[in-house]
Design a protein around this ligand. Structure first.
Ligand code: SF4
Length: 861
C-alpha cells in the first residue's frame, strides 16, 4: 500500500471524528479518505467508521439534500446539475445560432452566481457578449422560476440565507486548504462561523522548500521521455510503496500521448495501471466510442459525406451496420442514414431507420430509442473493455440527464432529441477510477496539497509559466476585474503561479522542474519564477540520460516529421506466391514513385473512388472508348470507317451510354452526352479519312507479357497495317498526351512501351488523342510515313524505336524487379506530373518540404 499523498496531521486527526472536512478539490477529498484508511490499516484496525470528507461542491449538495429532508421551503425545487444545467441553458438560448455558446454560458452562470454579479447587472451590457449573456440568463431565470428548479451554483447562497434566517443549522465543518472560494461560498463559510459550526481551518502540511533542479529540453517529446524515464528510475530506487508525482498542465488534452509514453517506459509490465495513474478524467466527447455513436446519431438526422460514412464503417463498435469499405461509383456523394439503409441489406440499418422515424415524443422516450439504436448498430457491452464500460455508464448518465428535461420540453422530434444528446455529451466528463499507484500523473489544478517522495513539474518554460489569463468570454473583462475574480489579469496569474511554484517546491524532498520550447520555437528558457533553483544537466537528473535525448516515435509531434526519422527504403520482398499475375498499373506506379506502388499494391491502400451522381471525366472517357471499339469492330479498314452511317454510329453511342442511363441521369443530360460523342465520332472519321489506306488487324486483342517472373495481362486498343507499317499500335486517349512520357529509364507512362514488347512486328506507336471534340493522331516510328501525326522516333525521343524497344525491356525489367524486391523509396519521377494527383501525399509526407507546384495541364485517361 503506497504512503498517503496527504499525511494526516494531528489537527486533521482531531477534526475528522467531530466535523465534516471540506476540501478545495475532489482529489484532495479522495486522498484524505485514503490517508484515513491507511492510518487505520497501519494501526491494525479491521473496521473503522468512514470519515466525512467532502469536496466543497459535494458538501454543499449534501447540505441542500438535508434542507430538503427537513422540508425547508426554499429547498423544494428540483435541482439542475452539470449536464442537465447545460441542457436547460440550451433551452433558453435566444436563438438556434447561439447553441454553440451554451458551455461558455454555463461557465459564466457559475461565475455570475458565485460572484453575485446580479448586483452589477447593467454593467454586463458593456459588450455584445455581455448583452447576449444577460438576455440569455434573464430567460433562464424565468424558466427556473416557472419550472421550480434551482441550479448547483445557486446553492451556497440559498444555504447561507437559510442559516442567516436561523432556519438551518448544519453540522460542524472544517475547511481544508479552501483558499480560493467565491464570495457566495465565503458567505456560507462566514454564516457557519457565526453560528459556531466552523472548526479550525486546516492548512496544507508542506516540506521546507530547498533548492531543486531545473532542466530545459529541446522538445516537448524529449521532456515527456525524460519524465517517464525518471519515473521508472525513481520507482526502482524508492520502491513500490513510494509516491512519485508528475505534474502536467492539462491532462485531458494530452491523456493518450502521456499514457502511451508510460506504456513504452514500462513495456515489460503486464498492467501499467498498477504502476502509473494518469489523471482522473477526460472529456467524454473525446473518447472514440462516444465519437462514433454521436456520429451515428448525427447521421440519422443529417447527410454525411461518403468518407465520413467509410470512417464510421471502420468503427469496432458499429459492426452491425455492415458499411462496405468501398461504395459503387453511382453512390451519392452525401447520404443520410435512411438513404443508406434503403440501399443496404443490413437488417440493423432498417431497424434504426424505423426507430428514428417516429412521431415527436418525450425526451425520455428518445433517450431509450438512442440506446436501442446503439445496440442495433452492434455496440455490445459484453465485448467492451473496462474503459468502454465506463464510457457506456457515462453515456447512460447523459441520457438520464436528457430524460429529466422531458417535463420542460414536451414532445420533440428525433432531430431535436439528438441535438440535446450531443450537447449533453459535450458537457460531460469521463471520470476514471483514480488508482493508488505509486506514480501519479496529475493536472496542475489537482496537484495542490499533494505530497510526494519525488516530484517532476513539467512545462514551466518562461513563455508558459505563468500562463495567460483565461477570462470567461461572456462576461465583460472589466466586470470580472471589479468583482476580483481570480486569474483574469496577468498580475493575478503571476501571483497564482508564484504561489503554486512555492507549493510544488515544498511538496517533495526532490523536485525537478522542466521546460521545453513551443512547437514553432527552437529554444526555451525556464520560467523566471524558478530563478532560486539550479539549472541542472540531464546527467544529474537521470542515470541513463541518453534515452531522453532521443524522441520516442510515439511521442513525436506531427510537425516534427516523425516518419522521416525512421525512413526505410525497402519493405519486405514480395512473397513468392504473389509473384504471378499482376496488373500493369504495378509497373506504372513503381516507375512513377516506388513508395506509391508499395502503398497501393503491397499495403493495399488504393485510392478510394468518390461516389458521384454525374459521370466524371473517367466515365465519359470510357464511353468514348467504348464507341470507338464498337465502331472499329464493325469497320475494319479506312473505307469501311468512312462508310459508317448514322444508324451504326447511333447504335454504338446508345450502347456506350447505357451505363449512364443506369445512373438515373436526366434525359437531357444523356442527350448532351450523346451529342458530344457524336461530334467526336465525326472528327474521328475526318481523321481516318485524311489517312492513307489501312486495315485494322486487331481490336482489343489480349496479350500476356512475362517479365521478371510476373505475368502482365495487356489489352491493346487497336493495331493497324498500313502501306508503310506492318503493325501500328493505336491507343485512344482522352485529354492531352505526351510522347515524352515514354522516355527511359523511368517512363511516366509505360503503357505503350509495354505494348511494343508484345505486339509482333510492332513498328509504330500512336495515340489517337481526343481533346474536346478534336481527334489527332500522334505517334512515332522508325520510318517516314505519309501519316501526318507519325514522326520519326529519333526526332521525337532522340533515339530509334528499335533501340527504344530494347531500352524499354531493360528499364521495365529493372522496375519490375524493384517491386519484387520491395523497394519503397519516396521518390516521384516527376513531382509535377505524379504527386499532384496522388492520394498518398499525407502518408509519404513529401510535401512537408516541397512546395506543391502549379501544373499547366493534367492528363485524364
Ligand atoms: S505523393 Fe508523390 S511522393 Fe508521395 S507517394 Fe504519391 S507519388 Fe510518391
Amino acid at each position: 500500500m503506497r504512503a498517503p499523498l496527504i499525511p494526516l496531521t494531528d489537527e486533521l486527526k482531531q477534526a475528522v471524528p467531530t466535523s465534516t472536512i471540506v476540501t478545495a478539490t475532489a482529489r484532495q477529498a479522495q486522498e484524505l479518505r485514503y490517508s484515513w484508511a491507511f492510518e487505520a490499516v497501519a494501526a491494525g484496525k479491521l473496521a473503522w467508521e468512514a470519515p466525512n470528507i467532502r469536496h466543497f461542491n459535494a458538501w454543499v449538495l449534501e447540505l441542500y439534500e438535508e434542507l430538503m429532508r427537513k422540508g425547508h421551503p426554499s429547498a423544494k425545487s428540483g435541482l439542475l446539475q452539470q449536464t442537465a444545467l447545460t441542457l436547460a441553458l440550451r433551452l433558453c438560448a435566444p436563438d438556434d445560432e447561439y447553441f454553440k455558446h451554451t458551455n461558455a454560458v454555463a461557465d459564466a452562470w457559475r461565475i455570475y452566481c458565485g460572484w453575485n454579479l446580479q448586483r452589477v447587472g447593467p454593467d454586463l451590457d458593456q459588450t455584445e457578449n455581455g448583452r447576449l449573456f444577460r438576455n440569455w440568463i434573464r430567460e433562464f431565470e424565468m424558466f427556473c422560476s416557472e419550472q421550480e428548479v434551482i441550479t448547483t451554483p445557486q446553492l451556497p447562497k440559498l444555504i447561507a440565507d437559510a442559516i442567516r434566517a436561523r432556519e438551518f443549522k448544519p453540522n460542524r465543518a472544517c475547511m481544508f486548504a479552501c483558499d480560493e472560494l467565491s464570495p457566495s461560498q465565503q458567505d456560507l463559510v462566514r454564516q457557519l462561523n457565526r453560528i459556531g459550526q466552523l472548526g479550525e481551518s486546516l492548512e496544507l502540511p508542506l516540506f521546507d522548500g530547498p533548492r531543486h533542479k531545473v532542466h530545459v529540453f529541446k522538445s516537448t517529446a524529449r521532456e515527456r521521455t525524460g519524465f517517464v524515464q525518471w519515473g521508472r528510475e525513481r520507482l526502482a530506487q524508492l520502491g513500490p510503496e513510494s509516491r512519485i508525482g508528475v505534474v502536467v498542465p492539462q491532462i485531458s488534452n494530452e491523456y493518450l500521448t502521456i499514457r502511451r509514453h508510460w506504456e513504452a517506459a514500462f513495456f515489460d509490465s503486464e498492467d501499467v495501471d498498477q504502476l502509473v495513474n494518469v489523471g482522473s478524467g477526460v472529456p467524454l466527447g473525446d473518447t472514440r466510442l462516444c465519437q462514433d455513436i454521436i456520429k451515428l446519431l448525427t447521421w440519422t438526422i443529417t447527410d454525411l459525406n461518403f468518407s465520413e460514412v467509410l470512417q464510421l464503417g471502420r468503427s469496432p463498435y458499429l459492426t452491425a451496420l455492415e458499411i462496405p469499405t468501398q461504395f459503387p461509383r453511382d453512390y451519392p456523394d452525401h447520404i443520410r442514414f435512411a438513404g443508406y439503409a434503403s440501399r443496404s441489406s443490413s437488417g440493423a440499418s432498417k431497424q434504426i431507420t424505423r426507430l428514428t422515424t417516429r412521431r415527436p415524443s418525450l425526451l425520455s422516450d428518445w433517450a431509450s430509442v438512442a440506446l436501442q439504436v446503439f445496440r442495433a448498430a452492434g455496440w455490445s457491452t459484453d465485448k467492451d473493455s473496462d474503459e468502454d464500460r465506463r464510457i457506456h455508464a457515462s453515456i447512460v448518465d447523459v441520457l438520464n440527464s436528457v430524460s429529466h428535461l422531458s417535463a420542460f420540453v414536451g414532445r420533440v422530434s428525433w432531430s431535436q432529441a439528438v441535438e440535446y444528446i450531443r450537447d449533453g455529451v459535450r458537457s460531460a466528463q469521463l471520470a476514471y477510477n483514480t488508482r493508488n499507484s505509486p506514480i501519479q500523473v496529475v493536472d496542475r489544478s489537482e496537484s495542490v496539497g499533494l505530497q510526494f517522495d519525488a516530484l517532476w513539474v513539467c512545462s514551466v518554460a518562461e513563455d508558459k509559466w505563468p500562463p495567460d489569463p483565461n477570462p470567461n468570454p461572456m462576461i465583460p473583462i472589466s466586470v470580472q476585474r471589479r468583482a476580483v475574480m481570480p486569474r483574469v489579469t496577468h498580475q493575478q496569474m503571476l501571483g497564482w503561479a508564484q504561489l503554486l511554484t512555492r507549493v510544488w517546491a515544498c511538496s517533495a524532498p526532490e523536485v525537478v522542474f522542466s521546460a521545453a520550447p513551443m512547437e514553432d520555437q527552437t529554444e526555451a528558457l525556464p520560467s523566471r519564477l524558478l530563478m532560486e533553483h539550479d539549472r541542472s544537466d540531464i546527467n544529474r537528473i537521470l542515470s541513463q540520460s541518453g534515452i531522453a535525448e532521443f524522441d520516442h516515435p510515439w511521442g513525436v509531434a506531427r510537425q516534427q516529421h516523425m516518419v522521416r526519422e525512421f525512413i526505410a527504403d525497402k519493405g519486405t520482398p514480395l512473397p513468392p506466391e504473389e509473384v504471378a499475375e499482376q496488373r500493369t498499373s504495378v509497373i506504372r506506379d513503381q516507375s512513377n514513385c516506388p513508395f506509391r506502388a508499395w502503398a497501393i499494391h503491397r499495403a493495399k491502400l488504393p485510392e478510394s473512388k468518390h461516389p458521384h451522381r454525374f459521370p466524371d471525366p473517367l466515365d465519359r472517357g470510357t464511353a468514348v472508348h467504348k464507341v470507338m471499339q464498337l465502331l472499329v469492330e464493325r469497320a475494319r479498314d479506312r473505307g469501311a470507317i468512312l462508310e459508317l452511317d448514322s444508324v451504326d454510329i447511333e447504335m454504338a453511342i446508345d450502347s456506350a451510354v447505357a451505363p449512364l442511363r443506369k445512373m438515373l441521369l436526366p434525359d437531357r443530360f444523356i442527350e448532351y452526352e450523346k451529342a458530344r460523342i457524336r461530334e467526336i465520332v465525326n472528327s474521328w472519321q475526318e481523321l481516318e479519312r485524311a489517312r492513307e489506306d489501312f486495315q485494322i488487324v486487331e481490336v482489343e486483342q489480349e496479350y500476356v507479357l512475362e517479365l521478371e517472373g510476373f505475368s502482365f495481362k495487356l489489352r491493346v486498343d487497336r493495331v493497324d497495317k498500313t502501306n508503310e507499317l506492318k503493325a501500328l499500335v493505336i491507343d485512344y486517349k482522352t485529354g492531352t498526351v505526351r510522347i515524352r512520357n515514354w522516355s527511359t529509364p523511368r517512363p511516366l507512362d509505360p503503357q505503350m512501351p509495354l505494348y511494343s514488347m508484345v505486339v509482333p512486328n510492332c513498328d509504330g506507336l500512336a495515340y489517337e488523342e481526343i481533346s474536346g471534340s478534336d481527334v489527332k493522331l500522334r505517334g512515332v516510328s522508325d520510318r517516314s510515313t505519309s501519316e501526318d501525326g507519325i514522326k520519326l522516333a529519333s526526332k521525337q525521343l532522340d533515339v530509334s524505336l528499335s533501340t527504344l524497344k530494347n531500352d524499354w525491356r531493360t528499364a521495365l525489367s529493372t522496375i519490375a524487379r524493384e517491386f519484387k524486391d520491395g523497394l519503397a523509396t519516396v521518390k516521384p519521377t516527376n513531382v509535377n506530373y505524379i504527386c499532384r494527383n496522388c492520394h498518398l501525399d499525407g502518408f509519404c509526407r513529401t510535401f512537408t518540404d516541397i512546395d506543391m507546384p502549379v501544373i499547366p495541364e493534367v492528363e485524364v485517361e
